[in-house]
Design a protein around this ligand. Structure first.
Ligand code: TMO
Length: 329
């Protein structure tokens, strides 16, 4: 009896040892396998693509310029908040439209790891925020002041919004503190989150066709300004303190009682090993710099001229040879 028990225990022990070993081996395998999939060592430059038009077109423009430098490239569709950590980890090589309002926080955190190299700040400056077509001022006099918009909230209400004004927001992954801003400024508004940027433009087109009040998340440079005249809502001007010190601003108990930066940065950054791994690509990327109108065109070739993303990138290259010739030489 006791003999049998002993054997049973031994078998049990052996099994546990085996299982333990197997788990260890699997773990080791993943640690090494991960090292191997690192973008830096793959020989291929991984360029992040995101969900707004100018970014997608610009990614291909950059990819084509990298190819001219003899590099191999790959496009990786990536969440636009986690992408910065992925770049620090070496799973992404290039992010080329880093907007301060939407991504500043995540980007600067990843930069702080020391595993990301900031390559340039584009000549283009960013405006990201609440925007409306001009006729809305006839419906809500006093705009673009946010206080006027706040008073008019009911005019922006919809049947399903409980009497609250509706703000057509940006994608969930574009962090712009809109919920926080509404709370901090005690605005009677809710946010309707779209599933794609196109949903924002569809809402805008529909409202414009009926001259109905609308306020959307928009940014500049973008194509919208070329299609409709309009303005950004003016919230209290941005200061870094607004995001750090509740006592700052109109609400002494809340952060985010301010606008996004009025002249935000749009940056280009690479994984810190890019220079070492892709010296030819690095020489080119150091020179790449987009102006506001150049980013606008990337969007416009698609939205206004109805070109496919890759055709728009080709048209951009065709029309800006004077510029990129200098970059690839
Ligand atoms: C990040 N974005 C340009 C969509 O605001």
């Amino acid at each position: 009896m006791s003999n049998f028990n002993l054997i049973y225990k031994n078998i049990n022990f052996l099994y546990i040892k085996k299982i333990f070993k197997t788990i260890l081996l699997i773990l080791l395998f993943f640690i090494f396998a991960n090292k191997h999939t690192n973008a830096d060592e793959s020989g291929t430059i991984k360029i992040a693509t995101h969900y707004w038009t100018s970014q997608k077109v610009g990614a291909i423009v950059i990819g084509e310029l990298m190819k001219m430098g003899g590099e191999k490239i790959e496009y990786v569709s990536t969440d636009s908040q986690t992408v910065y950590q992925s770049m620090a980890d070496g799973d992404i090589d290039i992010v080329h439209e880093i907007w301060e309002g939407a991504f500043g926080f995540s980007y600067e955190k990843a930069l702080g790891t020391g595993n990301v190299e900031e390559v340039s700040t584009h000549e283009a400056t960013a405006r990201e925020g609440w925007w409306y077509p001009d006729y809305v001022e006839d419906i809500c006099p006093g705009m673009p002041d946010w206080k006027a918009l706040s008073k008019c909230s009911k005019k922006f209400a919809r049947p399903d919004s409980n009497g609250k004004g509706v703000f057509i927001g940006g994608l969930e992954e574009w962090l712009n503190y809109d919920y926080e801003r509404i709370q901090a400024l005690e605005m009677n508004f809710i946010i309707k989150k779209p599933n794609s940027a196109n949903e924002i433009w569809t809402e805008l087109d529909l409202a414009v066709s009926k001259k109905e009040p609308i306020v959307i998340y928009n940014w500049s440079p973008n194509f919208v300004g070329a299609k409709y005249k309009g303005k950004f809502v003016k919230f209290p001007e941005h200061e870094p303190k607004c995001h750090q010190d509740p006592s700052w601003g109109v609400n002494p108990k809340a952060l985010y009682d301010c606008d996004n930066p009025a002249n935000g940065y749009i940056k280009l950054a690479v994984n810190k090993n890019f220079k070492k791994n892709h010296p030819n690509g690095y020489k080119i990327i150091k020179k790449i710099n987009f102006s506001g109108p150049e980013i606008e065109k990337m969007a416009n070739y698609v939205v206004t001229d109805k070109l496919e993303i890759s055709a728009a990138a080709q048209k951009w290259l065709d029309n800006h040879e004077h510029k990129w010739k200098e970059w690839v030489n």
